[in-house]
Write a protein that binds this ligand. Sequence first.
Ligand code: TRP
Ligand code: SF4
Length: 522
Amino acid sequence: MTRESADGDPPRGRDVATDGGVEDVALDPWGSAAVSDYRKLFEQFGIEEFEEILGDVPAPHYLMRRSVIFGHRDYRRVLDAMANDDPFAVLSGFMPTGDPHIGHKLVFDEIIWHQQQGGDAYGLIADLEAHSARGLSWSEIDEHARNYILSLLALGFDPEEGTLYRQSTNREVQDLAFELGIEANFSELEAIYDFDGETDVSHMQSVVTQMADILYPQLDEPKPTVIPVGPDQDPHVRLARDLAARVRYFGVTEAYASFGLDPDERPVLAEAYETLTERHPDDTIRCSDAGTYLENQREAGATDVTATTLDGLITMCNEAGKEPLRPRIRFIDRNATEAAFEGLIEAIDGEKRVYDEHIDAFELDHEEAEALAREVELEHDGYGFLPPSSIYHRFMTGLTGGKMSSSIPASHISLLDDPEDGYDKVKSATTGGRETAEEQRELGGKPDECPVYELYTYLLAGDDDEFAAEVYEECANGERLCGGCKEQAAELIEDFLEDHQEKREEWEEKLDELDISFDTGR
Ligand code: TRP
Ligand code: SF4
């Protein structure tokens, strides 16, 4: 797995963004074809396809419509909050390692869009990470931090409604990072991030700080939170989701008897319970009955459950003997205080059974139980975190082909570039065009392999889907030639940069009014 990503760059050591090979050039402007490059992420890491939930997004952002945002984890939770006017949040962070460029603009736009949909919005400067993982000096960091914030504001972030902060000066984030660090150990960071004995401690601290960043919007009150990032940040998201669960006071699961079940055992026993209840609706079903039933299944070879799972389950059922088999909700004590445990016992209505480290409730469904556990946790000073959600955007291809990288100036357009330099960079960009104009007219260009086309869809076409479609079609059918196409794009980027930089200047004057400091004095 990757180390810290370059800001907005494809991850090193993994080839999610660069393995190209888009074969089927359908006449589809925001080509789902290009998303196939990312298929590995779905299969290997369990990232879900954004397309499947696109229909449920109210007035989706153009980056969503064009499949630039291609994946997510648990984003439905955020959509539900949006639909019900419940509180939700959006947060992302930026390592101030250089100038903000058009790759970062994607994330700025995602934060701003969620803010406009009513979310609590957070933008943070990952200065601790930049200092420890990238070795930048504090004066460099201060300067870059200021530039990121100015661009975020110039693109429409509302600082009155939202929150901007730096990791290094946010005491609450530091405290939360410390608490979360208690739940993560070195072996785990080693496995996730390839850390080893040479990794410095501050780098590890910057990881728990990012965990705290991700959960920070929930510090006052648990709420669905979306983290818009590149897929290289997914390991962080997964760890944050794990830690959010590990600091919870209670785990809520389903059980059938006094003994506990693994996730692979639960459905097997559930099936046994259901079959037996159907067969003997008036009898008490006992654990030993389930043991016998499963033994019979094993002998008849009538199950595809693994032998160890089945054997273990049979042993437990037989040992529990005459104990009745009854579905129940189990609250497991993970980190609860004694008072919280007592509080939960009292709060459970109806029949319940209390054990040393868990409580079984017989008259609650799973959802009610989750809500109750969170309520009691919050009453007793717990966090009650919801697992954070994420959305993932594709990386932009560099203007020179290859990857877009902060360290190769010609590959990207900085938001601080002189508009004329922006114009020139586009004019000298690599294209998906043919060798000669004649050939291009005959065969059409290859917009799916063209960084200039990407520029149109990711940025220049803005909200205008028709314009983006037009560029695609005209290119693919040979009406559009690269010279004119690049001229148009170059002019548009020049205009964009001029406008953006004007807005930056306006904000520059108001920057003192914000309560974020760009002089750490370190
Ligand atoms: N690690 C991120 C990067 O490399 C920056 C970051 C820090 C971040 N905290 C975050 C991103 C919280 C998203 C959410 O760019
Ligand atoms: Fe790219 Fe435009 Fe040339 Fe098509 S015409 S290959 S979109 S530069």
